[in-house]
Structures are given as C-alpha cells and as structure tokens.
Design a protein around this ligand. Sequence first.
Ligand code: C2E
Ligand code: CA
Ligand code: CA
Length: 647
Amino acid sequence: MYWNIIPECISIIILLIIWSYSRKGSNLPTLTNQLFQACFLVTFLAISTNILSTCMLTYTQIFPIWMIELVTTIYFIFTPLMGMIYFLYSSTLIYNHTKLSKIMWLGTLPGLIYILIVLSNPFSHILFSLSSEGVYNQGSFIFITYLLFYLYCLFCLIIVIINKKKINYHIYKILSVFPLIAVAVIVIQQIYPNIILSGTAATMALLIIYLHLQNKQLTLDSLTNLPNRSELFQMMEILIEKYGHDPFVLLVISLRDFKKINESYGHAMGNELLVKFSEFLSSIAPLNSVYRFNGDEFAILIQHEQRHLVKQIIDLLDKKTISPWIIQDYSFYVSTVAGVATYPQSATTAEKILNAVEYAVIQAKRDSSKQVHYCDENIMNSINRRERIIEILKDKIAKQSFELYYQPIIDLKTGKYDFAESLVRIPNSSLGPLYPNEFIPIAEETGLIIEITYQILEKACEFINHLSKENIHIKSVHVNFSAYQFNESNLSNKVIEIIESHHIPLSKIKIEFTESTIAKNVEVVTHFANYVAQKGIRMGLDDFGTGYSNIATVIGIPFGTIKLDRSLILAAMDNEKSAGLVKNITRSFQDLGCSVVAEGVETKEQLDYLNQNNITFQQGYYFYKPVTYIDLVKIILSKPKVKVVVE
Ligand code: C2E
Ligand code: CA
Ligand code: CA
C-alpha cells in the first residue's frame, strides 16, 4: 500500500516552529501551560512515529519486523491520544479546581482502555497485523482508533457548549472551532485513506490554540518583553495555591519623576530608559523574576522569602542612582522608590498583596526622605481603612446619601452672605465621621469622585431651587470640581443638563477648581470653562497661591472669582514681600473684573488686614464654619454679623 506522508512532514516542521515560539518568554507552571506543552509532545510523538512507521513499512527489507511493529504500535497509541490531551487542555480552561480533577479522571478513562487494546494488539491483531514479509494489514477493529478520536472531539464540544455561559466568549469560539476543524481533516483522511492527515489536524488545532489562547504577546509587555502584571498575578496565585507554606517577597520598583523625563526628553527616550532599566533589573534579580508592573513600575517576585536578596537588590538600586544613564548621547540621573510586601505576613491573597505593595509605592513616592516602604502593620491598617472608605463611598453613591454643608461667603461692603461654598460631609459612617481631606483623595484615586460631584451638584441645585421658592436670595452656590472630573467626555453637557433640570438659572452655580487642576489638563479645562461660562455658569479659581500655574493660562479662563488661599493670607500678614505681592495680585485681578475672596479667615486682625487691602469678600471660621442648609438659610436671613464697610 502507498501512503502519502508529505502533509505529515510539513506538519512536523510547523509544529516545531510553533513550539519554539511558545518557549519564549515566561512560562508559568499552570496546569493549562503544562498541558499545552504536553499537547506538543504527544503530537510530535504521533507525527514522528507515523512518518517513521510509514517509511519502515515501505522499506521492510531494511528493518526487522519487531521494530516496525513496535514503532507502529507507538504510533497507534499516540495518534488518538492527541484527542485526549487536547480535551484535557480544554477542560483546564473551562473548569475550576474542584470539578477539574473529576472531569480529567473521567476524560482519561477511554484513553486508558484504548491503550490496553493497543498493547494487546500483538496478540489479538484487532487493530493491525504485519505479515512475515512486513506487509501491513488493517484489523477488523481499526475503527476504534477513529472512534476514540471522534469521541474526544465530541467531549470537547460538549463541555464547551454546556459551559457556554460561564466562559469568556473568545475562549468559547476557539474551543468550539478547533475540534470541528480536526474532525473535518480526519473525515478527509477517511475518504482518502492513503493521505495521512492526523498530524495535520493536530497541528492546525495547536496553531489555533497558540495564536489565540497561548500566544506570548498576550502575556508579555511589548516594550520590555517582560511578563506583564497579569502574569505576575497568576504566578502569585500559583505560589499561594501550590506552596502556601512557602513565603515569598514582592518588590515593586518605580522610577521617581519618570513623567518629567518623558516631558523633557520625549517619549522615545522615556521608552529607551524603561527598556534599559528593565535590563538592569533582570541583571540584578533572580532569573525570570522580573515583571513589568505598570508604566514606570517593575516588579520582582522573590520566592522562598530570600530577604538577603531583597536587601542586595535595594542596595544595587541605590548604588545605581549615583551613576548616570547614558542614552543617545544624553546622560541623566534617575532615582527609584520601592514598595515591599511579603506573603503571608503582609496579606494572604494575591489581590491583597498587589494592593498593599501599590499603596506602599504611592507612600514611597510621596515621602521624599525614604526610598523603600515596607507593607508593615501600619500600612496594612491604612489599606484596610482605605478599602472600608471605598465601600462607604460606593454605598453612599448608591443611596445618594452624601450630606452637603455650606460655608457662607460674606461681602463686607453689604454685610450680606450672597454666596456660599458647598462642602461634602460624611458625619456618620461605620468608621465614625469622615472628613473630606481623607475621603476626597480616595474618591479621586478610584474615580468615584465623578459620580459624587454630579450628586453634589444635584443637591446644590435642589437647595437653590428651594431657596428661590421661599423667595430667599442667593447669588450663587460654589461647587468644587476635582481634576478627575475633567476626564469625563461630555462633562459640559451633563453639568448644564443637571442645572437646567432643576429649573434654576445657570448663573446660580459657580464651579470652583484649582490651579493644579488647570495644569493637569490645560486644553480640556480651558475649553470646558469657556463653553459653560458662555452659557452662564460662573467660574471660581480655588486655593490661589498654592499652585504654580501659568498666569497667562489663568487669565485665559473666564474666572469671576479668585479665592486667595489661607496660606497666602498668613504669609502676607507675616512678611512685607508677600504683603506686596498679595496687594498687587489682588489689584490686578480686580482690574480684570474678578472678585477676590479671602479663604480661611479666622481672626479679627485678618479680617481688618484684608479689608484694608480691599479684599471684602471673605470666608472663614471667623464668620461661620460650614453649616447645614437649614442654618445657612437662617444666616442668609440674619442681620449682618460684622460692621459693614462703607467706602
Ligand atoms: P477647599 O475647597 O479649599 O475648602 C475649604 C476648606 O477649608 C473646607 O474644608 C473648609 O471647612 C475649610 N475652612 C473654611 N474656613 C476655614 C478657616 O477659617 N480655617 C481653616 N483652617 N479651615 C477653614 P473641608 O470641608 O474639610 O474640605 C477640605 C477640602 O476637601 C476642600 O478644600 C476641597 O478641596 C475638598 N472638598 C470638600 N468638599 C468637596 C466637594 O464637594 N467636592 C470636591 N471635589 N472636593 C471637596
Ligand atoms: Ca473650594
Ligand atoms: Ca480653597
């Protein structure tokens, strides 16, 4: 009989190419990855024994019969087992740990029975037999081989279809396509029995799996070729699950002020630095332990809690900060900060360890005096508190239950409180009262601030509406906007929609934001401010004197109000230089038609000093602390608290 093995020869070459690609980069010891490698091995053995046995059967005079029979028997074992190993691989993508072992046991059973049948073939000859001249004869039960292959393809399809809802649609598509392709190829082989295609079917299946599910591009960072953050996460999960008693250390290293390098030297240079830095880390850390964590952050996962290694790495990083990095003829110095978390001391789940170390890095970045922050008890307590605050914020958003307090702003010329600043409050929570200085930064980091601001704006509008129904006059209520708010794509329309839905004039709202908000996104903020100001909404610059924004940019925004920060006022009263500066700035802003408000006025001396300098809009504890809306109404209706200044 003549067999065409050309497709098998091509397949084995393709198989080896895919295999060599699949070995590049990190290979986490997950069951899925191990079975994927097993798929290669079984397919390789099946194809190579197939080619070998076919050659032997063609040149029977060269090889002894027992050798031909042995190789053909091995071929008979591995060819249908390709189906089994692919089935086991698919199961690992579908089932979780508990169900998986059951499915795998059941799945291997038909394969084991089949192996017994093959092993008994030299005596029973039910699959094949060889005559004394080496002529191959099919046995009467040869169909079992095909049957087993089809059975496993069917198993694959069944587990994929019954779990369709549970699995990711992408995985569903791939897992349902490859058995169908394999079946189609084997059907062709049955129609043309002298063309051997079983290895081609398996190689095609492997190629599909490799491209879509096992591709290294999915797990490697494209810039540095290091495994990415999700690989790190999986690796930690494996370490915890498999070797739970064995401690490990996670070190996250971040480049201080990397943003500045990007801004000053350009992104290409920034990228080159990241690549060089990643190579440096790989040279000082244990093999395959470095990961790209986030933009300018890298992680090193040190197994078996080798604390001396952590110290060694930190010392080497420290040394490196005093020698320059030379890239494209430029030389610059880079310093690093690091967060260190240990398993199980810092936390016992991969997610919590990542959160902890991220928090430690943030702390290290804020603290210029300390390069390394360890996830000790203090940090872990702060993280737990932060997590509880996030829960509280989410709950408050869902229930729309933020409270708004209002701090009146006096106009000393009239003695009236025509303006008030809305300030969010959480007076009661499971952690007791929470203050904005603590929860606003958390709301900003988590993006929750965006929804919170909309709810605050709604409440302020409701309050204004209530005042107008009661015929109580207020010129406008100030609402604070964080920089993060400007990430919203349709912010201006949403803000206008909210105000208009309460049937109040747009001018009753004044949006306050700081110089640092402008600096973070000059174009977006300027465009927003000009657009909404044109519609009638007022603008206020908050905390003037604390940022370092460009005065030309500030002037480009239609601010009706400039709020001088408390620190500026304290400085003005403390030294003459600052006094002169405040005086001149105030006059300049007033000349431009802006009202200047002094914030944080606490004493009579401050009031008088500001008054003498023609700063007659004032806000601070000297007048009132932030109060409830009921009290604000009383304040607005009350007689002037201080003597009215008459020019
Ligand atoms: P801010 O916008 O500068 O608000 C003024 C802060 O100064 C308020 O603190 C206010 O209670 C406090 N203050 C007022 N008068 C005096 C005084 O005479 N002396 C002193 N020492 N402090 C005074 P609060 O309410 O704790 O808010 C702190 C910060 O939290 C605010 O600073 C603002 O940045 C943020 N914040 C508060 N409410 C909101 C909000 O609704 N949205 C946003 N995005 N941020 C808010
Ligand atoms: Ca403010
Ligand atoms: Ca302020």
